[in-house]
Design a binder for this molecule. Structure first.
Ligand code: SAH
Length: 398
């Protein structure tokens, strides 16, 4: 057992009893001992009973992230070995519903019982994010076990972004164990090839969370004119073309990413003359095309996270409404819209309402054909609703 203890205020243990893995500073009555960041501490209720063991974070609003709710559990290297083993076991059963996919999320943070730890596999390489003090304290043990269990050649650390400033952690982009990965890693997904950039790419290099939806985007695409907004490295558009789309327009604000999307099209020998690459701000471009009465048969809307705080929620809802309204205006009769939100703060029912309002304002009669979400290698713990960030709808208009 750890030496430092954190005692909660009376009545503030409710979320822990529901196995939510975060302790906020406002719930704390007192801290006894002088734990270092990432050190394991024991959480007690106001009566002094043990609730859980977790990692102390002195510079975060979340002062402790729980490793275990078992009073007699020891948090040591063998604990992390068991957690990694369980995560890999879950993927062996559910994770790989695609036998032509070499990308897999191996560890999905809180939902796999490892707060702050995200590890993605791209073929022979692992890319990890360790965005909590506890994840930082144990990352070498985690990397050792992961390398051993997967036979990967190396693990690159990409601890970056908002999470670092919120947790008071330095940004790290460096090999953690094994051989550093090459500039690009070959990835295969649903029979298509991609060059993933593990060093500069977003997150760990690829949006693995859209894996199932990229396959769904193929449905009935034959002969369709497809608009892939927020294209990144081209994923949705490449799948649509592989399924026989007549034309795909990729729209993104980054020229570098559009050239990656073009390189990925060449990698798959897809017909270059049936792709368009448009650099621009989606909010402006869609409006311009609406003014020109342009139409598409299928539109994919996969914007980056638009709500980054509770205060920004209404602004984000308006932005989602605007984008979806424009998309409904641009759809040809019988067209379809795959629309997503990856803002954790925008709940699924709010998102559906915003999309419904957008359709009404655009004067379109639409139905939801499918509810979309993350694939099975991105499990969401029932006790951790914050993990449920990606939601989407496949809508069909009259
Ligand atoms: N659909 C992609 C992931 C999209 S990530 C996939 O499945 O791989 C979001 C993308 O939106 C990034 O490529 C980013 O460059 C782009 N982006 C961000 N803001 C934008 C804007 N205002 N207009 C157009 N593209 C934007």
């Amino acid at each position: 057992m750890s030496t430092a203890t954190l005692t909660l205020k009376t009545g503030r243990e409710k979320s822990l009893l529901r196995r939510h893995p975060w302790v906020f500073s406002g719930a704390v009555a007192r801290l006894e001992g002088t734990p270092k960041p990432g050190e394991t501490i024991t959480i007690l209720n106001a009566k002094g009973n043990i609730l859980a063991h977790g990692a102390y974070a002195d510079r975060s609003q979340i002062v402790c992230r729980i490793w275990s709710f078992h009073a007699d559990e020891t948090i040591d290297p063998s604990f992390f070995r068991k957690r990694v083993e369980a995560s890999l076991q879950r993927r062996a059963i559910f994770g790989n519903n695609c036998n032509e996919c070499t990308g897999l999320r191996l560890i999905n943070a809180e939902s796999d019982g490892l707060p702050g730890v995200v590890v993605d596999r791209y073929g022979d390489w692992l890319v990890g994010q360790f965005t909590s003090a506890g994840a930082q304290a144990w990352k070498h043990d985690l990397a050792t076990v992961l390398m051993e269990m997967t036979g990967a050649q190396g693990l690159l650390e990409r601890t970056e972004g908002d999470a670092c400033s919120q947790e008071g952690l330095p940004e790290i982009r460096a090999p953690l164990l094994g051989i550093p990965p090459p500039e690009t890693i070959p990835l295969r997904e649903h029979g298509l090839d991609y060059a993933v950039d593990p060093w500069q790419g977003h997150k760990t290099g690829f949006y693995l969370d859209q894996k199932d939806n990229r396959l769904i985007a193929r449905e009935g695409c034959q002969g369709m004119r497809v608009l892939n907004t927020f294209a990144y490295s081209g994923g949705f558009g490449l799948n649509a073309m592989a399924a026989g789309a007549s034309h795909v327009t990729h729209l993104d604000s980054s020229t570098t990413l559009l050239s990656q999307a073009a390189a990925n099209a060449r990698l798959n020998h897809l017909p270059e003359d049936r792709f368009d690459y448009c650099k621009g701000n989606a909010f402006h471009k869609l409006r311009e095309w609406r003014d020109q009465n342009r139409t598409f048969d299928c539109i994919i809307l996969d914007p980056p996270r638009l709500a980054d705080s509770q205060a920004g929620l209404m602004r984000a809802a308006r932005a989602y409404k605007d984008l979806n309204w424009l998309a409904f205006r641009l759809l040809a009769p019988g067209g379809r819209l795959l629309t997503f939100s990856c803002s954790g703060r925008v709940a699924a029912d709010l998102f559906a309402k915003v999309v419904a309002d957008a359709a009404i304002d655009a004067g379109r009669n639409a139905m939801i054909q499918r509810h979309l979400g993350p694939p099975a290698d991105h499990p969401v713990a029932l006790a951790f609703p914050e993990g449920r960030y990606l939601k989407g709808l496949l809508c069909v208009v009259d």
